[in-house]
Design a protein around this ligand. Structure first.
Ligand SMILES: [Zn+2]
Ligand SMILES: [Zn+2]
Length: 258
């Protein structure tokens, strides 16, 4: 099986009839790394013919529910998937205690999980499988807007507004999965020399991105985080682009070989 990046969910955070919430899985030499785990991702994972026992890492970009709401169910599904090795779930540091508490509230106590579950904070650079895969968690400003900032300041809530994009090096391939951004400026300096860019469409200037594709030397751009109401507009913009092999809109279950 060649290196494959499969879209498991490509909806925005708004209610969708057509798409699951955010999730994608990297297949590399029989090992699976899951990126985001929004509603519907576990089912999409199974429909893609993937094995839960092959998942070794889950990376959660941020705590909006459309990126994390399936996580307890995914872990429960992993628990019931038969004998397996350890699973590491990497999260924004602010989420470790709340997610650990949520798993306990869902009766997924550590005492009942026999495969070795680690909940850890993102690292700048997670080097996996003898350097064959590197996942660089890049902080972005998606959650750092005025409304959040004011509520947190006034309430004393412990939230730190942490959100991440992921630059992935797997073998000789470079992939950037942006997840949600505040704007394209969050990630612009990382969008160069990529085999695959999977980028959200809700918070970016799509035309600015598309105009810059040739200069940025990107082999393939897949647009995701699509609201039902916005799908037609995005598809119109994409269909006007000359090379459909380079730019496309994410499809549910789409297996991309970068
Ligand atoms: Zn989202
Ligand atoms: Zn978000």
């Amino acid at each position: 099986m060649p290196l494959t990046f499969t879209i498991l969910g490509s909806a925005s955070g708004l209610p969708s009839k057509n798409r699951n919430c955010s999730g994608a899985v990297l297949q590399y030499k029989g090992r699976l790394l899951l990126f985001d785990c929004g509603s519907g991702v576990t089912r999409a994972f199974l429909r893609a013919g993937l094995r839960l026992s092959d998942v070794e890492y889950v990376f959660i970009s941020h705590m909006h529910s459309d990126h994390v709401s399936d996580l307890p169910y995914f872990i429960q599904a992993v628990k019931h998937s038969g004998p397996r090795g350890p699973l590491t779930v990497c999260l924004p540091e602010e989420a470790i205690a709340p997610v650990s508490n949520l798993l306990n509230a869902c009766y997924l106590f550590p005492e009942k999980i026999d495969f070795g579950l680690t909940i850890a904070a993102h690292q700048d650079k997670a080097t996996l499988y003898d350097d064959e895969v590197i996942v660089n968690a890049i902080p972005n400003k998606h959650l750092e807007h005025e409304i959040n900032r004011n509520i947190i300041a006034e309430s004393g809530y412990p939230n730190l507004m942490q959100s991440y994009s992921f630059a992935i090096r797997a073998g000789d391939r470079s992939i950037l999965y942006t997840s949600d951004l505040l704007s394209f400026d969050d990630i612009a300096s990382h969008v160069y020399d990529l085999d695959l860019l999977v980028i959200e469409t809700t918070h970016i200037d799509l035309k600015r991105l598309i105009e810059s594709i040739p200069d940025r030397r990107i082999g393939r751009v897949v647009l995701t985080h699509i609201a039902d109401e916005d799908e037609k507009r995005i598809k119109n913009i994409v269909s006007a682009y000359a090379d459909s092999a380079v730019l496309s809109v994410a499809e549910e279950g789409q297996a991309i070989i970068p």
